[in-house]
Design a protein around this ligand. Sequence first.
Ligand code: SF4
Ligand code: SF4
Length: 376
Amino acid sequence: MSAVGLPLWLLAELTYRCPLQCPYCSNPLEYAQIKHELSTEQWCNVFEQARAMGAAQLGFSGGEPLVRQDLDVLIEHAHQLGFYTNLITSGIGLTEDKIARFKHAGLDHIQISFQASDPVVNDALAGSKHAFQHKLEMAKLVKKYDYSMVLNFVIHRHNIEQIAEMIELSIALGADSVELAVCQFYGWAKLNRQGLLPTQDQLRLAEEITQQYRDKLQQENSACKLIFVVPDYYETRPKPCMDGWGKVFLTIAPDGMALPCHAARQLPIQFPYVQKQTLQQIWYQSTGFNYFRGDAWMPEPCQSCDEKEKDYGGCRCQAFMLTGKAENTDPVCSKSVHHEVILEAQQQAENQITIEQLTARNSRNSKSFISVINVQ
Ligand code: SF4
Ligand code: SF4
């Protein structure tokens, strides 16, 4: 038990409800069937337990966390417990009054996501006519109230050529850092991958442009940081997913399911609920959290590989989604016998698929997806 780390990073997915419809959303495809949400008291209890176990950072996420009417109560409670708190939002539902109230409640940090640097592409991807304008106004207000602000752009084939404009916009809005994160292919992004994965040439150019801006910002002594996150589909080694299974990250889903990562719900593993077990029991003793700790579970080639301490065999969700078995080597690794599925996905990045052809993340599509699963 002593070898198990502390759950330093708590992600509270307060709800799966969201007014937007991003086709790359990482929420589960069948989110519409999950209607129950933890109450204010239950969330506060989770925060208390996590803090007592050593958790220091708390992200409020979703769905769109702003649809929870008790958000300022949750922020205040987390702040009083001593958490560093971060609101991860689309900005839709934010108002000046809320920004001021959250500040008063002790919120440290706000991350606003944009779908693109121009209103047409942004609003087409978000499935909402006035989303871009509202995000702009909210980002200005977030800085007016002196928050630390991250602007997040999920990058894919339909907006990657706007990278310079995204950076310019972020600088103009006074962002402290900018996350240019190429889609990670889970949930709805996996469903739409053929229409989202950029080509290698697009990626190379986007990274070059980002580096030029980094150099320029450094010359100007700007404190704005540019973070470019690449998809591992163009790598030959996988990422050390979540810095290791059940090592640092603890996610609580809206209905109280505890997960080692927000995508793990799809795995054929029974994960515990905070309504039924304490966080202490969940973190240290539950089958779900111990499932991929250590390396005894690893098959070859990972088991005898001298890189297994670096990447832990990659992402279990990716292995499950792309090979059908969560124990398999992540197929991103060139040593995996399934690596050809990654090469096929790279070729599909040349396909012509429009924004309109992507499947929007909304409850109608989610429900139809559930019925497909049930019929099969
Ligand atoms: S990615 Fe888009 S649809 Fe998904 S929760 Fe965030 S804003 Fe909503
Ligand atoms: S074989 Fe397994 S441990 Fe080795 S590099 Fe590939 S994924 Fe990592």
